[in-house]
Design a protein around this ligand. Structure first.
Ligand code: 13P
Length: 250
């Protein structure tokens, strides 16, 4: 059985003060979450504070990005080994904002997946199509391209060391969620594609949905057989909303 996972991607939001309040709220209601593994991904500079505030709680720490390089002259970058120093268990790679705003290519994302995995950190690999691609009917083609770049780099079985997040770009921060059926269709496609190469891996790998998940729509999304939790943006900045989403993961 795959344990559901709900990860909060805080993006570039918050302050030391607001984060402390948010974590107090999350920790205070965590005992109401029965099934989900809960992860928070703060901006890099707060990792140390958040780690300290999470001591003794079951909430795992994640980062939002990682360099594909192990060390060296890469000003402004953060290596996987550094994330490990802060006990990060997860790191998001290939978020659509990184791909579109910072020009990350499929092969660079694959190298980031490999670097995180080599350090013992579970990469959360984001895939998903933009609106024009959905309208052109090439959603599956786009997702296959993004997924295959990683499979070529690390092999299909390595996917089970990470997590996949299907995030249709048109649903991110827009309030337009994919319907549970639309999301399930792509999730089943992704799992089927992996199963063609390794049935075991396909059975093990968790596939999260991301894009305007809220307490009000989480239950219906998470009830779908191939949706194993969510990657949550805006709604993860509100403790009550985030915990309600975590509770909906079954
Ligand atoms: P929203 O939940 O704000 O749509 O963001 C989703 C996302 O990008 C999570 O990584």
């Amino acid at each position: 059985m795959r344990q559901p996972l709900v990860a909060g991607n805080w993006k570039m939001n918050g302050s030391a003060e607001s984060i402390e309040r948010l974590l107090d709220g999350i920790k205070g209601s965590l005992d109401t979450v029965e099934k989900a593994e809960v992860v928070v991904c703060p901006p890099f500079v707060y990792l140390s504070d958040v780690r300290r505030q999470l001591t003794g709680s079951s909430v795992a720490l994640g980062a939002q990005n990682v360099s594909e390089h192990p060390s060296g002259a890469y000003t402004g970058e953060i290596a996987a080994s550094m994330l490990l120093d802060f006990q990060c268990r997860y790191v998001i790679v290939g978020h659509s904002e990184r791909r579109s705003l910072f020009g990350e290519s499929d092969s660079q994302v694959a190298a980031k997946f490999a670097a995180a995995r080599a350090a013992g950190i579970r990469p959360i690999l984001c895939v998903g199509e933009v609106l024009e691609e959905r309208e052109q009917g090439i959603t599956e083609k786009v997702v296959v391209r993004q997924l295959d770049a990683v499979i070529e780099e690390v092999g299909v079985e390595a996917l089970a060391d990470g997590v996949i997040a299907y995030e249709p770009v048109w649903a991110i921060g827009t309030g337009k969620t994919a319907s549970p059926e639309q999301a399930q269709e792509v999730h089943a496609f992704i799992r089927g594609r992996i199963a063609e190469r390794s049935a075991d891996t396909a059975g093990q790998v968790r596939i999260l949905y991301g894009g305007s998940v809220k307490a009000a729509n989480a239950e219906a999304l998470f009830a779908m057989p191939d949706i194993d939790g969510g990657l949550i943006g805006g709604a993860s900045l509100d403790a009550e909303e985030f915990i309600s989403i975590c509770r909906a993961a079954v």
